[in-house]
Design a protein around this ligand. Structure first.
Ligand code: IYR
Length: 222
């Protein structure tokens, strides 16, 4: 059994109460500007920015710190085209039969359909995979815990980092997503969690006129 090894917490910073209030408020204001965008520019994005955002995601807490994620970053136009073709095939099935009426009604305010041009237009697709177990160099398996929670947290931090950098993203979940394992040569113990489409918004990008629930609806204080 590995013994724990502790080091002093030197990275923590306390802010004065007023500064704390100010920071919480201004971060909220900045995050409330974030919108999921479906109209992307093909303007290139420096790879270094994406790498830094991925390292933010990689700093997320995870079950037993096992970091059960893999980020397949796609900028190659041929691979993007393949992903678009396969995703649109699945989405066609979804919108023309597979999706129950109730689901289609829930999606109606977003104006989505089976056409996914952004999968080719955007400079980066970050395909997030969840690993049900890890593999040691000798081939032994390492069980992972709270995989969905961990990958969800990391993805949330990734979305935040992308917004913070001044880019926009779209969480895209073609279903089923098995084709991504094939295209991106990922092993079967990795399951695609979602595709994050990343880039600059198109010049005339529009977003649906929707709102977020107020605090009273999303929180109770005891
Ligand atoms: N995956 C489909 C449908 C879709 C489902 C949900 I839930 C959304 O919030 C948005 C879309 C698509 O990408 O069109």
């Amino acid at each position: 059994m590995t013994k724990p090894n502790f080091i002093p917490l030197t990275s923590y910073r306390e802010y004065l109460p007023e500064e704390m209030r100010q920071r919480a408020h201004s971060f909220r204001a900045d995050m409330e500007r974030r919108r999921t965008v479906r109209y992307f520019s093909n303007r290139p994005v420096p790879r270094e920015v994406i790498e830094n955002c991925l390292l933010v995601a990689g700093s997320a807490p995870s079950g037993a710190n096992l970091q059960p994620w893999h980020f397949a970053v796609v900028s190659d136009p041929a691979i993007k085209r393949q992903i678009r073709e396969m995703a649109e095939k699945e989405e066609y099935e979804f919108y023309h039969g597979r999706a129950p009426q109730e689901w289609l009604e829930a999606l109606a305010p977003l104006g989505t359909d089976e056409h996914k041009p952004y999968l080719e237009t955007a400079p980066y697709l970050i395909v997030v995979f969840a690993e049900s177990y890890g593999l040691l160099p000798d081939g032994r398996k390492v069980k992972h815990y709270y995989v969905a929670e961990s990958v969800g947290i990391a993805t949330g931090m990734l979305i935040t980092a992308i917004h913070h950098a001044g880019l926009v993203s779209l969480t895209h979940t073609p279903s089923p997503m098995g084709f991504l394992n094939q295209i991106l040569a990922r092993p079967s113990h990795e399951r695609c969690f979602l595709i994050l489409v990343v880039g600059y918004p198109a010049e005339n990008a529009v977003v649906p006129d929707i709102s977020k629930k107020p605090l009273e609806e999303i929180a109770t204080f005891w």
